[in-house]
Every structure is written in structure tokens, then in C-alpha cells.
Design a protein around this ligand. Structure first.
Ligand SMILES: Cc1ncc(COP(=O)(O)O)c(C=O)c1O
Length: 450
């Protein structure tokens, strides 16, 4: 087994940074100009974290590719971290959205598209009732509120190193003491998340049972496989245990399919026959236009309907003036009907298999102690030999410096990976040539390290 030579990293990184800076003068100049109007020179704080010293400024995107302001073209495997899993600006969504842009965008009144989308989501995921939000974060927050209201319990439970958007309760990680505390970097938590939230490791059935047994947990908020700390797959029997234990202890189960919708048209839920009380889906659902949905069972619908007074339903902490707007719904209908189809998934999943095979061979040939894994059309390489069993193990394998080098090396050669971990997503427009391009560059990057 070959280990990587860490002493090479600083020099390799310097070389990549110089190359990035000299070949992207327009992005660099825009970043410098932005310093006086945007905090940290970026319109959204995470954008500071891209490697290279400044982010690329985008000119235009098409399918699985985009061009930056310096005229370089890239294969996009980041795809907006799933928001553009449909490929950029898919035609059916753009046509439907254009009609809506010309005929009214937002009314606080429904359009018929909403019913079509609700019916289609019920068909795909098996949950009968649906509501809409602008982001998956909000769809998670609203589901949690409903769960709290109908169970009359305050606490929720999440898995260690989960990510569900900027949901306050979820920014908690397990500490060496075994207790949960605010996650590193948690900005201004409203209250200590240990008060609102229990946290256990993914795949830890005994820990889950122990946490649920006190009967205080309103809901478990879970991705069916963790996707935000590298991919962590559920072990056989874990989902059965999760469902049985939540039912036994009167806890509702929210399955967040925002990323795992990569598993197929009905997400992981349909593919693996899960049976949640709520299901959340956002990001690509409207072809890149902001929109999200959350669905729930007849029982949840009955229980929450019984508790909402019409006089107060506008101020109950669920909603938003722009939520369920006609533009989002028109784009969702077109995306579900014409873009995220079974045929598209067949193409995307085959490419992700190709990506995984190519990366695995490169890892084996170089003999580095890494592995690559896949969930539907999402592929990811991790800097550890064995698959992590939980978020704690996956987080321990993270390597910030190494990751930055791998990403900047790829970017300098025309490939964009998802930042903050090593994820590649396939869209209906991604091609085998795009995947082969990554495999070649990935090989070169590893060769320089051993
Ligand atoms: C699983 C999961 N749920 C929810 C979200 C939140 O999505 P958004 O940032 O669009 O609100 C994310 C974002 O990465 C996510 O990965």
C-alpha cells in the first residue's frame, strides 16, 4: 500500500494556485472589485471556501458545462451541489418558466400546476399530501414544526455529521464525551443545540433506541444515506430498525431526499421501499429555479389539520410569501414530467458507474489508501481505505489540504467538483467524454502525490 507524500503538497498547491491566478485575471479582478461591496468579496459566505484564493465568476452554463468570465470551459460535476442535477437550464423547465415569467410569477393564489405536481410527487414517493417551500432548508424546518406540533414534543434527533440546510437544530455533532454540542463553526446558535436535539451515529441502532426511549423526540430528521460528509451508506437492516423504533416510541420520521434523489425518480425511498411520515425534496426539483416540497401521510395531515385554526394559519411559522409561487410550480411540473425521468436516470446512473470504475482503478493502480463509492448518479472518493460506517468515521477521514489540492488541480484542467468534499454528480447532459476527462485528470493528480 502506497501512502501519499505530504511533503509535496505545499509546493504542488503553490504551483496550482499560481496557475489559477495567472489564467483567471478577470475572475481575480472581479473578486478584488467585490471586496468593497460584498462581505469577503462574495455574495454568499461559502463561496470564500473554493480553493485558488478567489472563486471563478461564471459567464454562462449549458447542460453539464459552463464558461467562466475568462473564457475557460469546464465540465461541471458539482452542478450547484445538486440544484442543477437536471443539467443547466433544461429546455422544458426554461420554456415553462418563460411562459410564467411573461404571465405572472407570484400571486399568493394557487395555479393548476400545483395539483399536477402534488399528484406526481404522491405517485413517485407514495405520500398523499404535499406543501411547497422555496428551499429544502425551509421544507425541513416546516416538517419539524408540524412534527413538534402534533406530537407536542420539543426535541428532534439527527445523525452525527448530517447536513439538512441551515436548520438550527441540526448543527450539532457528537463530542468525544459522547454528548452532542454545537458543531464547529456554528454561527450564532439561537440556543445550545443540545437543548433541542439528540445526536447519534448513523447505523447505530442501540444508540438510536436509547435516545428515543425517553419518549421526548418529536421526529428523526434523516438522509437515507449521509451525503454531506462523503457518502455513508446504511447497513443492512438499519432502515427497518429506524422505522420500527420511531413507531415504537411515537416519533415521526422525516426522510430528507434533497440529495438522495440521485438514487432514482422516486429517490431512495422508492428504490428501497422506505415508509416515512414526511419526505423532503428540494434543489433540482424545479430545474434550478428555487423550489422545494414536503409530503406527509394521511395521518399527519389529519393530525395537523385538527390543530390549525384558519384565523391563525398565516402566522403559524410555516410558509413564506414567495413559497408555492407559480414560477416554481411551473418549473417543477416541467422538470418532473420531462427532465428527471426514468430514461434520464438510466443514463446518469450508468455514467456514475463509469466514473466510479475509472476512479477506483486509478486508486488501485496508484495503491493509495482511498476508495470511491456511489449512490445512484452521485459518486464520491474518500481519503480512507474502507467505507466509513458513520458520520464520525467519515469526518475523521476528511483532509482539507489534500482535498483543496485535488479540487484545484482538477479546476485548472477544466473539471469542477463539488466543494467541501469530493463529490461528482451526473446530469442528463453529462457524457462519457466528460467522465473520461475526470478519470485522466484524477490519475495525474494522484501520480504527483505518491
Ligand atoms: C440533505 C440536504 N437537505 C437540505 C439541504 C438544504 O438545501 P438548501 O440549501 O437548498 O436549502 C441540503 C443542502 O445541501 C442538503 O444536502
Amino acid at each position: 500500500m502506497q501512502t501519499i507524500d505530504r511533503s509535496k503538497l505545499p509546493q504542488l498547491m503553490r504551483r496550482e494556485q499560481e496557475r489559477f491566478s495567472s489564467t483567471h485575471p478577470k475572475s481575480r479582478a472581479l473578486f478584488e472589485r467585490a471586496q468593497s461591496s460584498l462581505l469577503g468579496g462574495v455574495p454568499m459566505n461559502w463561496m470564500k471556501k473554493w480553493p485558488g484564493g478567489f472563486p471563478l465568476f461564471v459567464d454562462r452554463a449549458f447542460g453539464a458545462h459552463f464558461k467562466d468570465v475568462d473564457g475557460h470551459e469546464y465540465v461541471d460535476f458539482c452542478l450547484g451541489d445538486t440544484g442543477a442535477m437536471t443539467g443547466h437550464s433544461p429546455n422544458p423547465a426554461i420554456e415553462a418558466a418563460t411562459y410564467r415569467l411573461q404571465n405572472g410569477v407570484t400571486f399568493m393564489l394557487p395555479t393548476e400546476d400545483a395539483i399536477w405536481v402534488g399528484e406526481e410527487l404522491a405517485r413517485r414517493f407514495g405520500l398523499p399530501f404535499w406543501q411547497f417551500a422555496l428551499t429544502a432548508t425551509d421544507a425541513n424546518r416546516f416538517s419539524i414544526r408540524i412534527a413538534r406540533e402534533i406530537t407536542q414534543r420539543n426535541k428532534i434527533l439527527v445523525f452525527n455529521w448530517c447536513y439538512h440546510g441551515t436548520v438550527d437544530e441540526s448543527f450539532i455533532t457528537l463530542q468525544p464525551s459522547g454528548k452532542g454540542a454545537a458543531r464547529r463553526g456554528n454561527i450564532g446558535p439561537p440556543i445550545d443545540p443540545a437543548i433541542t436535539t439528540e445526536v447519534v451515529e448513523f447505523n447505530d441502532v442501540a444508540g438510536l433506541e436509547h435516545a428515543l426511549a425517553a419518549g421526548e423526540i418529536a421526529c428523526v430528521l434523516a438522509e437515507p444515506a449521509l451525503t454531506n460528509v462523503g457518502i455513508v451508506h446504511p447497513e443492512p437492516g438499519f432502515h427497518t430498525a429506524l422505522r420500527e423504533l420511531t413507531r415504537k416510541h411515537g416519533t415521526l420520521l422525516i426522510i430528507d431526499e434533497t440529495h438522495t434523489i440521485c438514487a432514482g425518480p422516486g429517490g431512495y425511498t422508492k428504490a428501497e421501499n422506505l415508509d416515512p411520515d414526511f419526505l423532503v425534496m428540494g434543489k433540482p426539483i424545479a430545474g434550478g429555479i428555487p423550489g422545494a416540497a414536503y409530503g406527509f401521510t394521511q395521518e399527519v395531515a389529519d393530525r395537523i389539520s385538527a390543530r390549525i385554526q384558519t384565523a391563525d394559519c398565516d402566522t403559524g411559522g410555516i410558509g413564506g410569501t414567495l413559497a408555492a409561487n407559480a414560477l416554481s410550480l411551473a418549473a417543477m411540473k416541467a422538470t418532473l414530467q420531462h427532465v428527471l425521468t426514468q430514461q434520464a436516470y438510466d443514463h446518469m446512473i450508468a455514467l456514475a458507474e463509469e466514473f466510479t470504475t475509472g476512479a477506483a482503478k486509478a486508486i488501485a493502480d496508484a495503491g493509495v489508501p482511498w476508495h470511491v463509492t456511489r449512490l445512484g448518479c452521485r459518486a464520491e472518493y474518500l481519503f480512507c481505505k474502507e467505507r466509513p460506517r458513520n458520520g464520525g468515521e467519515a469526518a475523521a477521514a476528511a483532509d482539507f489540504e489534500l482535498e483543496r489540492y485535488m479540487h484545484l488541480h482538477a479546476l485548472n484542467r477544466g473539471v469542477l467538483l463539488t466543494p467541501f468534499h469530493n463529490m461528482a454528480l451526473m446530469s442528463p447532459a453529462t457524457t462519457k467524454a466528460d467522465v473520461d476527462c475526470h478519470t485522466r485528470i484524477f490519475r495525474e493528480a494522484i501520480a504527483e502525490l505518491v
